[in-house]
Design a protein around this ligand. Structure first.
Ligand code: PXP
Length: 249
C-alpha cells in the first residue's frame, strides 16, 4: 500500500463535550447546543472523508442518540470507537457503522491515553473482530506503535490499525520528537509489510501535522480536539478545510 491522498476522519466527540458541559441532564432538549449532528455534517461538507464518534461507558460526551442521528443523515463513513465489551459489541452489531475502532477505556481518563493492549486482551479482541466481520464491519485496533502489538494485530487478522500518535505529539510540542518519530515510522513500515492498513490518531494538531503526514503508508488520520478547538474561532468548515490543506499540500 502506497502513500496516496491521506484521508481525514473528523472525531466530533468534543463538540458533544461542550454541549454536555451545560446540558448533560437533557442532551436532547431543544435548547441543547452545540448540535453534534451539525458539527458532523459541516465537517463532511468541508471535505472530511469520515466521522468518528466514541460512545464511552460513562457517556461523558457523545450519546447514542447523537450517533444514531449522525448515521441517519451522513454521506461518508461512520467509524465507531468503542471499548471491546459485550455491551458495545451488541450496540455496534445493531448500529452497523462502517467500521469500529477498538480503544481502551478507563473511567478516570479525560480522553483515550495509551493504545489498547491487544496481547493482554487477545481472546476478547479476536471475538469482536469475528463478530464484526460476520456482518461486514471492518475493525481497526488503536494500538501503540509497538512491534509486538503490531504483530499481534496482524495475527488477529484485523484489517486496520490506528497507530497512537500521542507520545509523538507530546514530544513534538517539546521540540524533541525524533525518537518517537522513529518508533512511529518503523511501526508503520512493519504494519504495511504485514498487510495492515495504517491509520493514525491522537494529539494531531495544525502544527505537528506537517510531520505526521510524512508517515509512510498512511491511509487515514483521525483528528478531533484540535479541529473542534479551531472551529470556535474559524467555524467548522474552515477548521476542517485548513486541516485538509495542511495534510495534502
Ligand atoms: N483516535 C482515537 C482512537 C481516539 O480515541 C481519539 C480521541 O482521543 C482520537 C483519535 C482523536 O484524538 P484527538 O482528539 O487528540 O485529535
Amino acid at each position: 500500500m502506497s502513500n496516496n491522498t491521506i484521508l481525514l476522519g473528523v472525531n466530533v466527540d468534543h463538540s458533544a463535550t461542550l454541549r454536555q458541559a451545560r446540558y448533560k441532564d437533557d442532551p436532547e432538549s431543544t435548547l441543547a447546543e452545540p448540535s453534534v449532528l451539525q458539527f458532523a455534517l459541516l465537517s463532511e461538507s468541508a471535505g472530511a472523508d469520515g466521522i468518528t464518534m466514541h460512545l464511552r461507558e460513562d457517556r461523558r460526551h457523545v450519546q447514542s442518540a447523537d450517533i444514531e442521528s449522525v448515521k441517519a443523515s451522513m454521506k461518508t463513513r461512520l467509524n465507531l470507537e468503542m471499548a471491546c465489551t459485550e455491551e458495545m459489541t451488541e450496540y455496534a452489531l445493531k448500529l452497523q457503522p462502517d467500521s469500529v475502532c477498538l480503544v481502551p477505556e478507563k473511567r478516570e481518563e479525560v480522553t483515550t491515553e495509551g493504545g489498547l493492549d491487544i496481547i493482554k486482551n487477545y481472546e476478547r479482541v479476536a471475538e469482536v473482530i469475528k463478530a464484526m466481520k460476520s456482518v461486514g464491519i471492518a475493525t481497526s485496533l488503536f494500538i501503540d506503535p509497538d512491534r509486538e502489538q503490531i504483530k499481534a494485530a496482524a495475527e488477529l487478522g484485523a484489517p486496520w490499525i490506528e497507530l497512537h500518535t500521542g507520545a509523538f505529539s507530546n514530544q513534538y510540542a517539546l521540540g524533541d520528537w525524533q525518537k518517537e518519530w522513529g518508533i512511529l515510522k518503523s511501526g508503520a513500515e512493519l504494519a504495511d509489510s504485514l498487510g495492515l492498513v495504517v491509520n493514525a490518531g491522537h494529539g494531531i494538531n495544525y502544527d505537528n501535522i506537517k510531520q505526521v503526514k510524512q508517515l509512510p503508508y498512511l491511509n487515514e488520520l483521525n483528528i478531533g480536539h484540535s479541529i473542534v478547538s479551531q472551529s470556535l474561532f474559524l467555524g467548522v468548515e474552515v477548521a476542517v478545510k485548513n486541516m485538509l490543506s495542511l495534510m495534502r499540500e
